[in-house]
Ligand binder design. Structure first.
Ligand SMILES: [Zn+2]
Length: 251
């Protein structure tokens, strides 16, 4: 990393400390020097899914009913009433963009260790509609995707690109929070499109099946309806296989 990037990062971290204070996002208590976003105790107690090392895990089973995926994993269980829900809240509603990259990196490192994601050649975030993106100022899924791609790139020694414009949200959808499963599926059906053929670097197809394995990323996996409505358009390009990764997983 060059000096300029270092100093930019330093400025951002100093600003983040001013805005968010030096408090743990999960428990809200003051953190020790050297701790970042989440205190050591909350990191240790994090309800990790460990789906990355588990073939046929619940996320894969849930996605399998909706769309064919190679693998699926999430970082932590996103449970009702759990203080770990603050992680997603802080990213989505409090502008804690650094936390999204940090958790993405954590998930990406775990995925790298599992060896199951070693043929991912591009990371594609679930897009926000441009109106919502403008309002929020960023797409949280894209920030998570960048963290995951950084970890995958580092472990492979090959740059794994993030393709934030591979998919397009063509319909502004209602917020999913208060909808039932069926309503969610209807709400996002036909909401995404693949505006153009995705070009992959030569030699990046999986040696196993000759397909380009992409990783679709979102913040939380609930019913899987949003991810499934992204996978449909991706599969119109017939040389693609899809895996999915999210930070939170709702049981
Ligand atoms: Zn804590």
């Amino acid at each position: 990393m060059d000096g300029k990037t270092d100093s930019i990062r330093y400025v951002f971290e100093a600003l983040a400390a001013l805005v968010f204070g030096h408090r743990c996002v999960v428990c809200g208590l003051d953190m020790e020097p050297g701790e970042k976003y989440v205190c050591r105790k909350c990191l240790e107690d994090m309800p990790l899914t460990r789906f990355w090392q588990w073939d046929g895990n619940p996320a894969e089973k849930r996605m399998e009913i909706l769309a064919g995926v190679e693998h699926a994993c999430s970082l932590f269980f996103y449970r009702e009433g759990s203080p770990y829900r603050n992680l997603i809240k802080s990213i989505k509603y409090h502008g804690n963009t650094g936390l999204a990259g940090y958790l993405g990196l954590m998930l990406g490192s775990a995925m790298s260790y599992s060896g199951k994601y070693s043929d991912i050649c591009a990371v594609i975030p679930v897009p926000l509609h441009r109106r919502r993106r403008r309002k929020r100022g960023y797409n949280q899924a894209e920030l998570v995707a960048c963290g995951i791609a950084e970890a995958l790139s580092e472990s492979r020694g090959v740059k794994v690109p993030v393709l934030p414009r591979a998919l397009k949200r063509i319909r502004h959808t209602k917020t999913q929070t208060r909808l039932s499963g069926n309503e969610k599926a209807a709400n996002v059906r036909g909401a995404f499109s693949l505006p153009r053929i995705i070009e992959f670097p030569p030699g990046s197809a999986s040696p196993a099946d000759g397909l380009f394995h992409v990783l679709l990323v979102d913040d939380v996996l609930t019913t899987g309806a949003t991810l499934a409505s992204c996978i449909g358009p991706l599969f119109t390009q017939r040389n693609i296989a899809v895996s999915v990764a999210t930070l939170g997983y709702t049981e």
